[in-house]
Design a protein around this ligand. Structure first.
Ligand code: OVV
Length: 403
């Protein structure tokens, strides 16, 4: 008698270049094999690709913990490559305290105070893109738009100076590569880690942060005794880790979606109130953060299948966001879909704390775009920047036809 369901095993490496370039065939294989599977190249982990299980794992933070790391590396067995994040790689009660501070600084109310500046910058940048597109016949959707926008508005809001901001790109690439295996991508990132980390940590210091900005507000919370003064620079580090590369690729992917779906773009152009839903649907359709891990804190089950203590659980967010069990016609980019329940920003207590700012950026950029640009033409093949966690474009040649 054996009433324990067997766990399927697949010979799939989610970090192989072909799967990073086009993950969707792999997602389908994993989803259809079962609610939880093993992957031959990575003994000791299980993977979930269906929406139901990904959502369940993310919403049971007591069983599926973050303090052993949210990448492939199990911090119970191997040391982290940098001191652990006090919010991302923490469980309650530490997580509860630090999250309260960041959550207030990035709240919807705080977002109303940055909206005007974020809107003005979006409009100015779209004007520059239109001008360049008209003059040169082609622009790069990534280097001319998706990258410069967050790199300007977010560090401005945090209160960083203007010099050296390109370090944020290198750092983001490294952090998100570090959540995967020790492959070639990580090795190339890690080669640059020393000077970039020093720059980042220096810019987490209060003296280098404009009074009143998001960074300084963390120190104000330390002054008020909500967190310690030792924790403050580490929480600024979270802003500098998670605040730029994520939104760059969220915007880049949204631009890609709209450029490749002219009928959807026409609807947006005709009705600017669709900017926010169009960005949200892009998050579902092409999830910026493709994967996060949890670690089983005890022997437990997922969908009735035994998962031993200390097992790494790979949550394929991008696969859950195209699970046909959850979404009708999941492959369709449909700006009239209201994709509530997507897990591109996570779910549960660790759900993206910066999501109000991320959505603001998406909304104001797509609004400014749709207001001024009648049509987007794809001017050639895009290229990808491969990363172990992020779905990232390197180039996206476009032409903007003015309204
Ligand atoms: C969501 C996220 C990604 C990367 C880094 C961090 C958070 C952090 O807290 O450092």
């Amino acid at each position: 008698m054996n009433d324990t369901p067997q766990i399927p095993e697949l010979d799939i490496d989610p970090y192989a270049a072909e799967n990073l370039i086009d993950p969707y065939a792999m997602h389908e294989r994993i989803r259809e094999a079962g609610p939880v599977v093993r992957l031959t190249p990575y003994a000791g982990l299980v993977a979930c690709a269906r929406h139901e299980q990904v959502h369940a794992v993310l919403n049971d933070h007591a069983t599926f913990i973050s303090s052993a790391g949210v990448g492939l590396t199990n911090f119970n067995l191997e040391p982290p490559f940098r001191p652990k994040s006090l919010i991302l790689e923490a469980d309650p009660p530490l997580h509860t305290q630090t999250r309260a501070v960041l959550s207030r600084i990035l709240s919807p109310k705080a977002v109303t105070q940055i909206r005007a500046a974020f809107t003005a910058e979006a409009e100015a940048l779209i004007d520059r893109c239109l001008e360049k597109s008209t003059r040169e016949g082609v622009i790069d959707g990534i280097h001319d738009l998706a990258q410069p926008y967050p790199l300007k508005v977010f560090p401005d809001a945090v209160g960083l100076g203007n010099d050296g901001r390109e370090n944020l790109l290198v750092y983001g690439d490294m952090i998100f590569n570090s959540m995967g295996p020790r492959n070639e991508l990580l090795a190339r990132s890690a080669a640059r880690v020393g000077p970039v980390t020093a720059w980042i940590m220096e810019h987490c210091q209060r003296a280098n942060l404009r009074p009143g900005g998001f960074g300084d507000q963390i120190y104000q919370a330390a002054d008020a005794g909500e967190i310690s003064h030792e924790q403050a620079p580490m929480l600024v580090r979270s802003f500098l880790s998670a605040g730029v590369d994520t939104t760059i690729n969220g915007l880049g992917n949204a631009l890609f979606a709209l450029a490749h779906h002219p009928a959807e773009y026409a609807k947006l152009h005709a009705d600017l109130t669709l900017a926010r839903p169009a960005f949200e649907e892009a998050l579902r359709w092409e999830s910026t953060a493709q994967t996060f891990f949890r670690t089983a804190a005890r022997n437990c089950t997922i969908a009735g299948i035994a998962v031993p203590e200390n097992t790494k659980v790979l949550c394929l967010l991008g696969a859950a966001n195209r699970d046909p069990r959850k979404w009708p016609e999941p492959e369709r980019y449909d700006i009239h879909r209201r994709p509530s329940g997507h897990v591109a920003l996570g779910s549960g207590i660790h759900g993206c704390v910066g999501q109000a700012v991320a959505r603001l950026e998406g909304e104001v950029v797509l609004t400014a775009l749709a207001k001024r640009v009648q049509r987007i033409e794809v001017m050639g093949a895009h290229t990808r920047r491969l990363n172990n966690t992020l779905r990232a474009l390197d180039t996206l040649p476009l032409r903007f036809i003015p309204a």
